[in-house]
Ligand binder design. Structure first.
Ligand SMILES: Cc1ncc(COP(=O)(O)O)c(C=O)c1O
Length: 381
């Protein structure tokens, strides 16, 4: 049977990962500044993570959500401690799209309304509800197009207030820092006003922290810098360091009813073991602090490169904006210098999303490769 051909593939086959590096079978070593779409948070094959998952799978890998699983509560307690958020409840699922899908559904249950407001350049996933609030028409099938959704410009407080005033909105969903949309972040004033307007008109504010959460920006959640309290927060990518796990944090004002949400695999024993190990390592190794420190080093080094017009993002969720389109540069970094980086819808942006335990020496490796490549491409013009 052939694989359904939906992914453009690089001719690279990693078979092993360690820290910030991945390796092919012949030993070719790649510096991973992309973490497989911002997923690798505590580094590839972290020993504590490997031990936790190995020991758990040898005991009990899975049982359904019809039995007690104390590991879910342990994960929720550790999440509360790491994020310093009070009065949220946790619902566990398996991916970012599923987290957002549950967030939208819950907001709709809670408010009894169906309209969802989303923003230009947003990406929230590919399942039916969330692809409808993703700003990319090419990935919406006719089946996905009948949802009651409204797209607004990011950072336009007046437009948002006018839409919310109509009183029929269940939720406003936003990425605090946009991922594939190009690292855009609205002002604290916008987030605060959005939060107040949601409260006033009875809509739920949903912060999609699937990519920006879990310490990636140096704060546990990116929204924490803006002094707001979302009604629902969705999480996934960094949460399992590659093990599929997602979830939503739900404000205590939203009441649970038996059977209102559910999943077979969500919150299973193995996923919890992965999630707990990630939080333990994140806290023990002070990785949020590392993200903040390395952001400064990154920005300082980037400032010395004239082709970089600006650095967008925070912590280790960064975008280097060049004065030219970067598709070829990305390829050259990957194939000639063995460095993984990411792309964005802004074709001049190189995305940097490394494991949070990356060190200065690795950043130096990247800038050496970048400078060499920029020099080489100038010489060949
Ligand atoms: C901000 C954001 N939300 C949601 C998703 C969807 O997550 P998943 O691919 O796990 O369904 C992504 C994935 O890239 C994302 O970046």
């Amino acid at each position: 049977m052939e694989l359904f051909d939906v992914y453009p593939l690089y001719d690279i086959t990693p078979v092993k990962g360690e820290g910030v590096f991945v390796y092919e079978a012949d030993g070719t070593k790649y510096l991973d500044l992309y973490g497989g779409h911002a997923v690798i948070s505590i580094g590839h094959a972290h020993p504590s993570y490997v031990k936790a998952i190995s020991e758990q799978v040898a005991k009990l890998g899975f049982y359904s959500n019809s039995i007690k699983n104390p590991m879910q509560q342990e994960l929720a307690d550790k999440l509360q401690k790491a994020s310093k958020l009070e009065d949220y409840a946790l619902f566990l699922c398996n991916s970012g799209a599923e987290a957002n899908e549950n967030a939208l559904k819950l907001a709709s249950f809670h408010t009894g309304k169906s309209k969802i407001i989303y923003f230009e350049k947003a990406f929230h996933g590919r399942t039916s509800g969330v692809v409808a609030v993703t700003d990319n028409e090419s990935i919406k099938a006719p089946f996905n197009k009948d949802h009651n959704v409204v797209r607004l410009a990011f950072d336009d407080t007046e437009a948002l207030e006018n839409e919310l005033k109509k009183g029929d909105t269940a939720a406003v969903i936003f990425e605090v820092i946009q991922g594939v949309g190009g690292l855009g972040e609205a002002t604290s004033e916008f987030y605060k006003k959005a939060s107040q307007a949601c409260e006033k008109y009875g809509a739920v504010l949903i912060a999609d922290e699937v990519q920006s959460g879990y310490g990636r920006t140096g704060d546990f959640f990116a929204f924490q810098k803006h002094g707001i309290r979302p009604g629902i927060i969705s999480i996934a990518k960094g949460m399992g360091n590659g093990f599929p796990i997602g979830g939503i944090l739900i404000d205590k004002s939203i009441e649970a009813k038996s059977g209102m949400l559910g999943t077979t695999f969500g919150g299973n024993h193995l996923a919890c073991a992965a999630g707990i190990a990630v939080l333990d390592v994140l806290m023990e190794e002070n990785l949020m602090n590392n993200a903040k420190e390395l952001e400064l080093i990154f920005k300082e080094k980037a400032a010395a490169i004239p082709e970089i017009v600006q650095v967008k993002g925070r912590g280790l969720m960064l975008g280097l904006e060049f004065d030219f389109e970067v598709a070829q540069l990305r390829k050259d970094l990957l194939f000639k210098h063995k460095v993984f980086t990411g792309a964005a819808s802004n074709k001049k942006l190189l995305r940097i999303l490394p494991p949070l335990n990356i060190k200065k020496e690795h950043i130096n490796l990247f800038f050496d490769a970048l400078k060499a490549e920029l020099k080489r491409s100038k010489e060949t013009i």
